[in-house]
Design a protein around this ligand. Structure first.
Ligand code: ADP
Length: 259
């Protein structure tokens, strides 16, 4: 479980004068086995929120991972609790298998090489991300969507309790978006917590147990997708469009954009 209380964070050091926090969140709780998606306009603070939860930004208030304050955790303890897929991915000069192997390091003692079970875990992660044939490919030679899947495979090998996914499907083709939706459901069914951001409202509403709507650094609405459908006016004000349930049984997603 991740519990947040009175959280403020931004890009200046806490207390630095003249810089208001970018995000300000009174209280949120994220549970194991649940999928939560944060939606909101560009610049509303979604990425900043995820960066804060993974310890990349200074913060005030409290972020507790399984009852322990995030800032007190050692890097390997943090990696056991939270895995993070950023929106902008670097392209390290290594092959995909080596990248995915980095996910195993949180379980290794210093200077210990990978063992048989690590290799099995890496192979399974590559398979799950549909990259079994890509192990020897260099990361910089991958397309944007393939790169997202390679980093996702690294997270699967890391096997954290919570997956924080920032716009995970943004570069993916529709088949891999669908596969990622299935993967996210599989992770939640296996007891993992998933916290995502997404611009794809239909996808977000279809896959999530809970939606958080962020505006100017604050959570202005939260609820199940069904509950949020009742908040049409706020959704329209935020996004300029609304959502409804699809009538077609063959539709890819259970929700669709509406005027
Ligand atoms: P979103 O993910 O919802 O598009 P962000 O969290 O990226 O929003 O941005 C929220 C605010 O924080 C924006 O005003 C943005 O300009 C600012 N911001 C984002 N990254 C940085 C940074 N590295 N340094 C300073 N300000 C930043």
């Amino acid at each position: 479980m991740i519990e947040i209380r009175e959280l403020t964070a931004g890009y200046a050091a806490p207390g630095e004068r003249g810089e208001p926090p970018v995000i300000s969140i009174a209280a949120e709780t994220f549970s194991a086995g649940k999928i939560t998606t944060v939606i909101g306009k560009n610049g509303s603070g979604k990425s900043t929120f995820l960066k804060t939860l993974v310890g990349l930004l200074p913060y005030r208030g409290s972020i507790r991972c399984d009852k322990r304050e995030l800032r007190t955790l050692l890097p390997k303890e943090r990696a056991a609790c939270i895995g993070y897929l950023p929106q902008t991915l670097t392209a390290p000069h290594m092959d995909v298998r080596t990248l995915v192997a980095h996910g195993c390091f949180r379980r290794k003692k210093m200077f210990r090489s990978l063992g048989e079970s690590d290799r099995e875990q890496i192979a399974a992660a590559l398979r799950i991300a549909d990259l079994a044939a890509y192990g020897d490919k260099l990361v910089p030679a991958l397309s944007g969507g393939e790169r997202q899947r390679a980093f996702l495979a690294m997270l699967i090998a890391q096997d954290p309790a919570f997956f924080l996914l920032d716009e995970v499907t943004s570069y993916m083709d529709i088949a891999h978006q669908k596969a990622t939706v299935e993967l996210v459901r599989y992770l939640a069914a296996a007891g993992k917590g998933v916290l995502m951001t997404s611009h794809d409202l239909a996808l977000s509403f279809t896959v999530s147990d809970r939606i958080l709507v962020m505006n100017e650094g604050r959570m202005i609405l939260s609820g199940t997708p069904e509950e949020l459908l009742e908040e049409r006016d706020t959704l329209r004000r935020c996004f300029g469009i609304c959502l409804g349930k699809t009538n077609s049984g063959n539709a890819l997603y259970a929700y669709e954009l509406q005027n």
